[in-house]
Design a protein around this ligand. Structure first.
Ligand code: SAH
Ligand code: SF4
Ligand code: F3S
Length: 465
């Protein structure tokens, strides 16, 4: 006979997360905000009393995924109803913010639509939906600061690598992008709040913290006496948290890479040698039409400075192909910039026209076939660069932060300073430790090696000659 559940009153919560790392962070915070209401996480949507889809609006494909997922969740809701159980369905994230009420019209099974700036109201919205039996929508940009109203990070063990949102929203209005509309105006959290959160995560087992923001390097939090703190200052302060061994930040904008931040790559051993710096296009004409406000040469000047500070930096980027008006010549300029940038990694996208953005109405939309062909060529160039970067690790000893099980029994997986997945034979007792690994092989998306011993790696990572 099945054991009775530990707490028969406990309700189950299932969260499915789409999109970027900020959504992953938000999902954790939503789960923590609902825990005091008696909701415990489950991996199984079919047994959940509350299902949250945390959605992404960045490209059409991402946004459409939500509706196919909603179809599945609705079937589970109907099945549960036949068994006499209710299910609440909530749509959160950037599609919720962008489409609001429309979601309810298109998918009537949805009970709650909640935008990213209203997560501190989630518990109240759930109570309201339960009490009224009607759909509730929260997509205004409230005047209060959600972080001040969200419950503190809950106790419990953390994974070795944690995210902390430090900056949210965007005022840059690139002509292709929905983020300024879905996340609202640029906002930086107070340094004291971030330091406290990092200390708490560290005490719970996190060894690495990645600071998140749509334009993380535009961070400008107000310090104790009202003085503005830059991202560099925040990173230097966080490096003093003893339990935190590694720091990263993402995503940066080329315009906001100031000298102080660049010099941290040389001066701060806890800052990992990895930089995600999108350039989007190598053509100045297209960059202008995108409203990126920098040229390809500006971008190269920034990466030259970064490389001077940290010669072994792993440079990552985002590139869009097929922006309206992009000619073969513009695309060649993108290929040429990608080739000169010596990338360790890149995320490449076909331009997707998004409702409400200026570029969606631009003339000369590029045909799908040309986008497809350009993406293929670009990806093949970048694959080559990534493989070369990974192959250069063979024979090196790298400090690896172990994060969990590997792909095979007896194997564990971690990350190099350059964010490459690394697999070694080893016991799970090493999870949460940073140990030296001799890299023996590079496969297309990961490295393999042997752990030198179980001891903790204590020295800072050395820059390559
Ligand atoms: N704030 C970051 C980007 C956030 S969105 C920055 O400014 O670089 C992540 C990436 O999605 C972008 O860098 C861009 O390459 C891509 N992207 C955004 N809107 C897009 C669109 N409409 N079509 C295709 N790719 C898009
Ligand atoms: Fe979007 Fe541009 Fe803002 Fe990045 S900087 S989030 S691409 S508008
Ligand atoms: Fe997507 Fe919103 Fe992130 S649109 S990429 S989930 S900020």
């Amino acid at each position: 006979m099945a054991q009775p559940p530990e707490n028969p009153l406990a309700k189950k919560l299932h969260i499915k997360t789409f999109g970027c790392q900020m959504n992953q962070y938000d999902s954790e915070r939503m789960a923590e905000a609902l825990a005091p209401e008696g909701y415990a996480l489950t991996g199984d949507a079919a047994e959940a009393d509350l299902v949250i889809l945390n959605t992404c609006h960045i490209r059409e494909k991402a946004a459409e995924k939500v509706y196919s997922e909603l179809g599945r969740v609705r079937l589970a809701k109907e099945r549960r109803r036949r068994e006499g159980r209710d299910t609440l369905i909530a749509v959160a994230g950037c599609v919720a913010q962008a489409e609001g009420q429309e979601i309810m019209a298109r998918a009537p099974a949805v009970d709650i639509v909640v935008g990213p700036q209203s997560y501190h109201r989630l518990a109240a919205l759930v109570a309201e939906a339960l009490a009224s039996g009607k759909g509730v929508v929260a997509t205004d940009f409230p005047a209060e600061d959600k972080f001040a109203h969200l419950p503190e990070r809950s106790p419990g063990k953390r994974r070795p690598s944690a995210f902390v949102t430090v900056q949210e929203g965007c005022d840059k209005f690139c002509t292709f992008c929905v983020v300024p509309y879905t996340r609202g105006a640029e906002y930086s959290r107070a340094p004291s709040e971030i330091i406290e959160e990092a200390e708490r995560l560290g005490a719970q087992g996190a060894r690495e913290i990645t600071l998140l923001g749509q334009n993380v390097n535009a961070y400008h939090g107000a310090g104790p006496n009202g003085s503005p703190w830059t991202l560099a200052r925040l990173l230097r302060r966080l490096a003093q948290v003893p339990s935190i061994a590694r720091l990263r930040y993402t995503t940066s904008h080329p315009l906001d890479m100031d000298e102080e931040l660049i010099s941290l790559f040389a001066d701060e051993p806890k800052l990992m040698p990895y930089l995600h710096l999108p350039f989007q296009s190598g053509s100045d004409r297209i960059l202008k039409a995108m409203n990126r406000r920098n040229t390809a040469a500006d971008y190269e000047a920034v990466i030259a400075k970064v490389r001077k500070a940290r010669p072994d930096i792993a440079l990552s980027t985002d590139i869009i192909v097929g922006f309206p008006g992009e000619t073969d010549r513009d695309f060649e300029a993108t290929m040429a910039l990608a080739a000169r940038a010596r990338l360790a990694q890149a995320f490449t996208f076909k331009y997707s026209a998004r409702p409400g953005t200026p570029a969606a109405g631009f003339p000369d939309q590029v045909p799908e076939a040309a986008k497809h062909e350009r993406l293929r060529a670009l990806q093949s160039l970048i694959d080559g660069q990534r493989r070369a970067f990974d192959r250069a690790m063979i024979g090196r000893r790298l400090p690896v932060l172990f994060e969990g099980k590997g792909r095979k029994p007896g194997q564990i997986a971690g990350r190099s300073p350059y964010l490459q997945p690394v697999y070694v034979e080893g016991s799970e007792a090493h999870v949460g430790q940073i140990a030296p690994v001799d890299i023996l092989a590079a496969s297309p998306n990961s490295l393999n090696g042997v752990m030198k011993s179980g001891f903790e790696w204590r020295e800072p990572v050395q820059a390559a000659e």
